[in-house]
Design a binder for this molecule. Structure first.
Ligand code: A3P
Length: 289
């Protein structure tokens, strides 16, 4: 897979191969007991997916190691040459299914709403998202060349990265939380108090789990454990798609890494842009924990 420019899907910058698969995604048949994991890229999707798969398997670590996370929690809109698409994988997955998507809320296939599926959305502060995305652009070859960090910051602020504007994404899903069965979580909260956040998820799912299972879930989904777990760390992806020598998928897993990257001027510019684009929203992000 060589680097190529992004295409556009209903005005959202999107991978060209995913655009080819779009008709299949649009026609996707959700099931009432599907649980949708929705995020803007680099917001803790894999972490949340591993937590949910552990919950679905009552903390059975062996079952969660049976296959790579991208097979256990299929990526709805994924489409690449020579491998099954996200929809192909999902159609073969027995219920209850976990479904991963990065789609902005307005592009979600209609059947999720029709079937009234539960959704868990996770958002992360945009300063850490843009840094994480910058490294991901480098290691995942489906992306165009990100250029310098200064250039990439511009691209991100202008909403020209894959999946478009972070601002519109987090706001769009936030506004939907009244009408959908949706739990809105934050990466920073999960970092600060994972036990409390896992309890929130269990309550949302209407599931009771013994304390020792919760402890197993928390241990198995810690950054250190996931980083060394080949079923969670993406190292089984073909190296033509992801080159971990450029940057590991499990990179740092912290809040506030942006401070090691932004200059003072870049930070001021980012803050101004943030104020403009989040004005009037009650959404609130912590940029360090
Ligand atoms: P960094 O690049 O900042 O380290 P996604 O899964 O949405 O692509 O997000 C990837 C980001 O989540 C990466 O951030 C990755 O390190 C981080 N991450 C993955 N698993 C994590 C965990 N168990 N705890 C904390 N962060 C985690």
């Amino acid at each position: 897979v060589g680097r190529e420019d992004l295409g556009s899907l209903h005005g959202i910058p999107f991978y060209k191969s995913f655009i080819e698969g779009w008709p299949q995604v649009e026609a996707f048949q959700a099931r009432h007991d599907d649980l949708l994991i929705a995020t803007y890229p680099k917001s803790g999707t894999t972490w949340l997916s591993e937590i949910l798969d552990m919950i679905y398997h009552d903390g059975d670590v062996e079952k969660c190691r049976r296959d790579a996370i991208f097979n256990r929690v299929p990526f709805l809109e994924m489409k690449a040459p020579k491998i099954p698409s996200g929809v192909d994988l999902l159609e073969k997955t027995p219920s209850p299914r976990l479904v991963k998507t990065h789609l902005p809320v307005q592009l979600l296939p209609a059947s999720f709403q029709e079937k009234d599926c539960k959704v868990i959305y996770m958002a992360r502060n945009p300063k850490d998202v843009v840094i994480s995305y910058y490294y991901f652009y480098q290691m995942a070859k489906i992306h165009p060349d990100p250029g310098t960090l200064a250039e990439f910051l511009e691209t991100f602020m202008n909403g020209k990265v894959a999946y478009g504007s972070w601002y519109e994404h987090v706001r769009g899903w936030w506004e939907k939380r009244q009408e959908k069965r949706l739990l809105y979580l934050f990466y920073e909260d999960m970092k600060k108090d994972p036990r409390r956040e896992v309890q929130k998820i269990l309550q949302f799912l209407g599931k009771e789990v013994p304390e020792e299972t919760v402890a197993r879930i928390l241990h198995h989904t810690s950054f250190q454990e996931m980083k060394k777990n080949p079923a969670a760390n993406y190292e089984t992806m073909p190296s033509s798609l992801m080159d971990h020598s450029l940057s590991p998928f499990m990179r740092k897993g912290i809040s506030g890494d942006w401070k090691n990257h932004f200059t003072v001027a870049q930070n001021e510019c980012f803050d101004r842009h943030y104020q403009q684009h989040m004005a009037g929203s009650e959404l609130c992000f912590q940029t360090e924990v």
